[in-house]
Every structure is written in C-alpha cells, then in structure tokens.
Write a protein that binds this ligand. Structure first.
Ligand SMILES: NC(=O)c1ccc[n+]([C@@H]2O[C@H](COP(=O)([O-])OP(=O)(O)OC[C@H]3O[C@@H](n4cnc5c(N)ncnc54)[C@H](OP(=O)(O)O)[C@@H]3O)[C@@H](O)[C@H]2O)c1
Length: 336
C-alpha cells in the first residue's frame, strides 16, 4: 500500500520539486500540500508546471492527522524556511500524539534546522555517505545544497589522497535563495551579475566538517560561494594541493570506486557541465592533475540532488526501497 505524504511549506520551490518528482514514485500517494500563505488556492496557482499531475488540488491550511490513523506510515516533508520547523516541531509532535499517529511519522526536513543538532534524533541525510544510519531512520535532516556538492567531492579526496590544503569555489543559481525576492536575489540585481558572499564563513562549512569528522578525515580547506546569474544548478571547483604530485588515473579510480554503488554520482571523463544535470538527481564529478595540484569539478541541481531529489533518495534509503525509486528517469536535457 502506498504511504500518504504531507509537504509543509507547500508554496516553496522545494515543495514544487517534491511534488513534481513524487508523481513518478509508486511507493507514495499524491502529496497533501500545506501552505500558510496560499491555503485554499489551487496548487497550480503557485506551481503551474504541475497542471497535468495536480489539476484540481488545493493547498490546505492544516492536516487532519486523525484521519490518517489507519495507515502504517505517514511521510512528512518540511520545505519551510530556516527556523520554522524548529519553532513548530513541539506543537506538531503534540498534534501527532493527540491523533495517535506519532509512532508512524517519517519526518524529512529540507531546512538547516536540525543538520547540526545533537540529541534530537535527526540523521544527517547526505545519502551516499550515510546509508547505514539512514536505514530505518524516522527523523532526517536533509543536507544543504552546497554541502552536498562539497561533501561528494571532498570526502573521497580527503579519505584517499590526504591533500595538504584545499580551496573550494562554487557558483549557484538564484533558486538557491528561495521564492521571496531580496536585495541580493531580486532578478534585476542578479541577472548578468556574479556576487561572492560569506567568503570562508558560509554555514554549510559546518555540515561538511561534521561529515568529514564522521569519516575520520582531517582537511585544511576553505570555501567561497558565489551568487550566479542562472536559475538552477551548482558548479563547484575544488583545487587541492599535495606534497607529492597526484596521479590522474588514481584520482579517477578513487572516485569511481567511492561511488560504484551510487546510482546518482558519476565520474566523467570529460569535465562536467551544469546543463547535463539540471532537473535530475545526478551529481557529476570530473577532474585533472598538474604538478602537485588536482582540480575537481562537481555539478548538481540545487533543487534536486541539493534538496528535493536527495530528500526522496533519503526516503527510499530509510524505507529499504531501491535508492533510485521514483528518481531514475529524471535525466537532464543532454545525455552523458
Ligand atoms: N532553494 C534551495 O536551493 C535549497 C536547497 C537546499 C535546502 N534548502 C532549504 O529548504 C527549505 C525550502 O527551501 P525553498 O528555497 O524551497 O524555500 P522558499 O522557496 O523560500 O519557501 C519557503 C516557505 O516559506 C514560506 N514563505 C514564502 N514566502 C514567505 C514570506 N514572504 N513570508 C513568510 N513566509 C514565506 C512559504 O510557506 P507557506 O507555503 O507555508 O506559506 C514557503 O513555502 C529552506 O529551509 C531552505 O533553506 C533550499
């Protein structure tokens, strides 16, 4: 039997992507989209791209949790802004207990609220490096989009090649800033522009450091993000310096081996480009060496592998389902 799905923050980009991707997932029911700002409005008024899949659906203001008492599991995705789930989780848990469904909730949070939390029972959901802890998890903190790209590149590098130091620079599209225009994200200020922000201090650095520590890796590294003029996708360059010249074939072998069982992460012979992954849950990594340096190039879609796609991947891992269930066919516009 398919599991019911509730999406909190239904008018977000994240909710729109979850709803799009879940149309292809046969393990779940059509999601209920909860929205404070758009309750009662047609889902298509915010997500017009979902017209064929959700022609008559409307956003709801709240969920009748008691009405879901008869099901064995309820999947709840939260795509609300940072701080919002943390502020309402206590009240939600009270509602779940009152409705008698608290023991069957799988909660996957897309925000940063519980990524660095100890003791709240959230598993950090960097799928490829957390498969064991994710199996059977009922609370999952989905990683940040930059953190996903960084971790997928840095963990194999640090584990196997022990670079002396590493500099990482990434450019991200405007959807990374969410639906509400701001002074740095409004289209006229962002189009035809490229803006560095939070150099050396972006909050995703903490997530990556925790994952590196979990993998027993020590790494001297820095990170500078840029707000880029395109709409979706992250292009990350990692430059690593070594005491001895690295070998290009070994670099390729390390990445191929590290992600051999991973359906969405692939080493490419040619250097990967952004348009090859947009819309899909894939992350492509390519690289080259010169002298004592190696450069890695990582591309992923911030809304998919960096958010909604990885959240569904984590649902699959938590459920013991094939990791690519419902995600396999979402390829980008160009085959590679
Ligand atoms: N965008 C990305 O690339 C990305 C990647 C990874 C993780 N994340 C994280 O995932 C979560 C969802 O991201 P998102 O970019 O999809 O979020 P978003 O588009 O910014 O929307 C978040 C929610 O905030 C509420 N909201 C929208 N405008 C508002 C306003 N003017 N005042 C108050 N509330 C407003 C809406 O909830 P209602 O529908 O209930 O009104 C909306 O669904 C965030 O925590 C984000 O940090 C984002």
């Amino acid at each position: 039997m398919a599991d019911p799905v509730v999406i909190l923050g239904g008018s977000s980009f994240g909710a729109g992507e979850l709803a799009r991707l879940l149309t292809a997932h046969d393990g779940v029911e059509r999601p209920i989209l909860v929205s404070r700002s758009h309750a009662g409005s047609p889902v298509t008024s915010v997500h017009p791209h979902l017209e064929s899949a959700y022609p008559d659906d409307r956003f709801v203001s709240q969920v009748d949790w008691s009405g879901l008492r008869g099901v064995s599991r309820i999947i709840v995705f939260s795509a609300m802004r940072a701080g919002e789930l943390a502020g309402m989780l206590g009240s939600l848990e009270t509602q779940w207990i009152g409705a008698g469904v608290d023991d069957r909730i799988l909660l996957i949070d897309l925000s940063a609220d519980f990524r660095l939390e100890e003791g709240r029972g959230f598993v950090y959901g960097l799928s490829e490096w957390m498969r064991g802890p994710l199996a059977g998890a009922t609370r999952i903190a989905n990683p940040g989009c930059f953190a996903t790209a960084l971790a997928l590149g840095l963990v194999p590098l640090a584990r196997e090649l022990h670079p002396r130091d590493v500099s990482a620079v990434a450019l991200t599209g405007s959807t990374g800033a969410g639906v509400t225009p701001g002074i740095r994200t409004h289209h006229p200020l962002r189009a035809h522009n490229c803006v560095p922000y939070h150099p050396f201090e972006h909050r995703h650095i903490g997530e990556v450091n925790r994952l590196l520590a979990r993998q027993a890796c020590t790494l001297d590294w820095s990170f500078i993000p840029y707000a880029a003029p395109w709409v979706r996708g992250i292009s990350l360059t990692i430059e690593a310096r070594f005491d001895e010249a690295p070998d290009q074939n070994r670099l390729a072998t390390i990445f191929r081996t590290s992600y051999a069982g991973s359906p969405f992460v692939r080493w490419t012979e040619t250097l990967p480009e952004l348009t090859w992954i947009v819309g899909s849950n894939r992350c492509l990594i390519g690289g080259c060496c010169q002298g004592r340096r190696a450069a890695l190039f990582v591309v992923l879609d911030n809304l998919v592998k960096g958010m909604a796609g990885q959240a569904i991947q984590n649902l699959n891992l938590a459920s013991g389902w094939p990791e690519d269930r419902g995600l396999g066919q979402w390829v980008g516009p160009y085959p590679v």
